[in-house]
Design a protein around this ligand. Sequence first.
Ligand code: ZN
Length: 328
Amino acid sequence: MKTPISLFDVGKLFLFRMIFKYKETALCFCLVFSVFGGLCLSSAVWAADQPSQELRKFFGTLEQQNVRYGWQDIKPDRIPWEYHRTSKNNHPLIFAHFGKPSGNCILFLGGVHGDELPAVYLMFKLAHYIKDHPEIVQDKCIVIAPLVNPDGYLAPLPTRVNAAGVDINRNFPTKRWHPDAHRQWLEKGKNNRRYYPGPKAASEQETLFQVALIKRFKPQKILSAHSPLNFFDYDGPSSNLNSFEQWMEKISKEANHPLKKFGYYPGSLGNYAGHERNIFTLTLELPTSDPKLGGEYFRKFQPAFLKFINLPVTGTPPFTRLLKSDKS
Ligand SMILES: [Zn+2]
């Protein structure tokens, strides 16, 4: 005998089918989500892994140079480097940031000219030194970009200019770059390719890299290491020039290294940072470009580096000033 189906039974059947249907949908959704999520996760891991692979390859290349130059105490993989852009030949433009996230910041630059070899050593060595002595950066921030022009440095015969043939220290976007840079290069540089300022201001990744560091960290002080002109040179806030000059004279005597007012060029760091932005900008020209003398130069200039780090400067550029002249 057939049992009549009540409205209650129809309701139960409908509910069961709905649950089953949604179970199916939920199962499908979970399946799609996990496949899609898995793909996303694996691509995120791949993306995060990519820079370290690039860096590892770059470190390998640098290690070969270190062996060649006798710089066994430089270990690029021991420093927490950061990079956001690469050179024309795809080398990472690296920098390390120590201490406070912002304020009271000092920027160190090396290897702006790729054939000035001991300048590169000095900045890598300084990065090791700061890492091993964290007390130095307790109340300040130190940023070190040891190799601004890796393409010039890693060329079979290292070059002053970058892979595009541009002198990075003539390529900063200074106010009168456009009327002056090419004219001055042709007149004073006698058309020398070593000083070519580039097709336009800030045309090069290496220039944009330094500009980005200056904009991000707002350093009050910058030290850029070069060779082989054998002097200290500086550009900075003109109202403080006297006291800074006195301080520089003292440092120059202590380091037994001449002080010279070299002036600045259209597109040079001294012009862009020191003259136009009132950042205390110190250029250290080492006596030679001999890579074997890197260790000797570091021992000679390390006290000056520490004194420059501790030179009391206040204010954010362009409103920087010396707190007091260092009489100690
Ligand atoms: Zn130089």
